[in-house]
Design a protein around this ligand. Structure first.
Ligand code: UCC
Length: 556
């Protein structure tokens, strides 16, 4: 019989995940883990089944139906079956609610993001509106606007599918998604109520029941500080739009199940969230929450890729033995695993901090640390997910390049992680903004010293030395860059951010490895630590600005 290859298969995505399971055993109280584990196992099953479905059928896409048979403008969004299934599932599992409920106090965010991590790859990017809903709930809480808190939070944080709402974040306009200062949407107060007029250019999850939007109050000054933040419920209870038209759905490289739209606001009724200015400051909590979701989603992509490659490598026979037994293949997979494992510990450390800050259990240094690490985690994991997805296609060979294997979709989808919620350079600049606000690296370096003090195993010693050496180089580079022209610091901002993310991740991975050696007698996290350290941490350039200007200005 002719040779036929076996497709990769996924088992329960929680039970099979050594990294997640070991992490939650270290971090969570035993009683809490016992209480939440059935939910994690449930989602782990759903994630594995959804993969089989995704491979076995044409993936659907949302459709915009603009007109009814009688000529009426309806702009109905028809969703994919997975999106329709995701709504009650997300509500019942509390994918947003779990992060805000008091039962597990500071651990609430670890619970929520473990769920999100398991759900993401099976959700067809329903995690996007979940992220925004979480962000909107967080921003409304921060605003102190009691009316809106009472109006929206019971829906956004509901576990009842009938009550559960998703929310959107409407910032991006034609003039740009990174630089919102050019926002042209105008807010006018008419008969005692605000109405928005303008065009929003990227509206993710346009079917959301609520949204936050930036707009410029009529007559306000130019620039971003004069923008105000508004709350909207875009549709009436019967589903008709409130003075909004959906122009079209975007034709995207990936995330194609997610209905991302261009819309016109033709006097959409809205409510001020806070002051009629400082809108960017008011929407910033949304950005920080969605960036955390972004990092968790990127991790989920990496984990899915590695799970597929791992399974495939055991089935695929080449040159007389399974791929998994070829030393060079083992080396490739080990490299992916080590990067993923380090990224995992950085992202979930951010999640832990978020939980502590939210519960009022964090001191100033920890608050600074969260602010510093959030853009770093988003920046690094976004890029890493693309690298790992690309390596996955290659590892699965020709089949990994075929659409109906389901693998190319992972790569196309992965490309969104470094782009939305602020591209890599926006994260680097946000890190510099946070660094300025925190008065330097002190909180990060001091936390890192505490983490490293918990690592004693001799086999991890070189890794600890590597972290310490990197810290010295970074501090030195930063000191020189900060005293020179601002452009030099900015030009090095991306590599500085990558270096810091990788350095801190190495420290965290080493700490987990130490625990796993002692508590679980498991040497694999230590192997991942050594491998990750071998990959290197820093790529800071000494002649960055000068060379960059010469090369970028080269017009051939
Ligand atoms: O919407 C999109 C798609 C949604 C999909 C979400 C899915 C997530 C998926 C997960 C699935 C698992 S994409 C579009 C997203 N857009 C962005 O992310 C915007 C990117 N641009 C930036 O972040 C820029 O840096 C801006 C817009 C923040 C720059 O604006 P400004 O006005 O020029 O910035 P300023 O003047 O530096 O900051 C204004 C204020 C300052 O505070 P005050 O007024 O007190 O001085 C800043 O400190 O905002 C504060 N601020 C922040 N605070 C700015 N950024 C932050 C921050 N990150 N955290 C806290």
């Amino acid at each position: 019989m002719a040779f036929v290859q076996a497709a990769p298969v996924l088992n329960n995505q929680y039970l099979d995940d050594r990294v997640l399971r070991s992490y939650v055993r270290r971090i969570l109280p035993r009683t809490m883990l016992g209480a939440i584990e059935p939910g994690l196992i449930d989602l782990g099953d759903y994630a594995a089944t959804a993969w089989t479905l995704a491979r076995s059928r044409e993936r659907g896409e949302p459709r915009l139906v603009q007109w009814d048979a009688w000529g009426g403008r309806i702009d109905r969004i028809e969703l994919t079956p997975a999106w329709i299934a995701a709504q009650p599932l997300a509500a019942r599992h509390g994918l947003v609610a779990a992060g805000h409920e008091p039962a597990f106090a500071a651990h609430a965010r670890v619970h929520q993001f473990a769920l999100a991590y398991l759900f993401h790859c099976a959700s067809e990017f329903y995690t996007c509106p979940l992220a925004m809903s979480d962000g909107v709930a967080t921003a409304l809480k921060a605003s102190g606007n009691q009316r809106l808190i009472e109006r929206a939070l019971p829906h956004l944080l509901s576990r009842d599918p009938e009550q559960f709402w998703i929310a959107g974040q409407w910032m991006t306009e034609n003039s740009g998604g990174s630089d919102v200062a050019g926002t042209e949407t105008v807010a006018r107060e008419e008969k005692g109520r605000w109405r928005l007029y303008g065009r929003k250019w990227f509206v993710s999850a346009v079917n959301a029941q609520a949204a936050l939007a930036l707009a410029r109050p009529a007559g306000a000054a130019a620039g971003s500080d004069a923008l105000a933040l508004f709350y909207l419920e875009p549709r009436k209870p019967d589903g008709r739009w409130r003075n909004i038209v959906v122009d079209r759905l975007k034709d995207k490289l990936g995330t194609r199940e997610l209905p991302t739209a261009e819309i016109h606001l033709n006097g959409a009724p809205a409510e001020l969230v806070g002051e009629a200015k400082h809108g960017v400051r008011q929407i910033a909590p949304v950005l920080n929450i969605t960036r955390t979701w972004n990092a968790v989603g990127a991790l989920a992509t990496m984990r899915r890729c590695i799970a597929l490659v791992r399974d495939y490598a055991n089935r695929r026979i080449a040159f007389g033995r399974p791929l998994a037994e070829h030393p060079l293949f083992q080396d490739t997979l080990a490299g992916m695993q080590a990067e993923f494992e380090a990224a995992f510990h950085l992202v979930f450390f951010v999640v832990e901090l978020l939980g502590r800050v939210q519960c009022g259990q964090a001191d100033d240094a920890q608050q600074n640390l969260l602010r510093l690490l959030t853009p770093l985690a988003k920046l690094w994991t976004g890029k890493l997910a693309v690298t790992i997805a690309s390596e996955t296609c290659e590892s699965i060979g020709g089949m990994g390049y075929l659409e109906d294997s389901g693998v190319p979709q992972l790569l196309r989808d992965a490309q969104v992680w470094p782009i939305w919620e602020g591209a890599s350079n926006v994260q680097a600049l946000d890190f510099l903004r946070a660094l300025h606000g925190a008065g330097g690296l002190q909180s990060l370096l001091s936390a890192q010293r505490t983490i490293l003090s918990q690592v004693q195993a001799p086999e991890l010693e070189p890794c600890v030395r590597s972290v310490r050496a990197s810290a010295t180089i970074i501090a030195d580079w930063l000191q020189k860059a900060s005293t020179g022209e601002r452009d030099r610091l900015e030009a090095g901002g991306r590599e500085l951010a990558f270096g810091l993310a990788r350095m801190f991740a190495l420290a965290l991975l080493a700490r987990h490895a130490e625990w796993a050696l002692r508590a679980e007698n498991d040497p694999r996290p230590a192997a991942a630590t050594r491998r990750f350290a071998d990959h290197g941490v820093l790529r800071l350039k000494s002649n960055g600005l000068h060379d960059a200007q010469m090369l970028a200005g080269d017009n051939y």
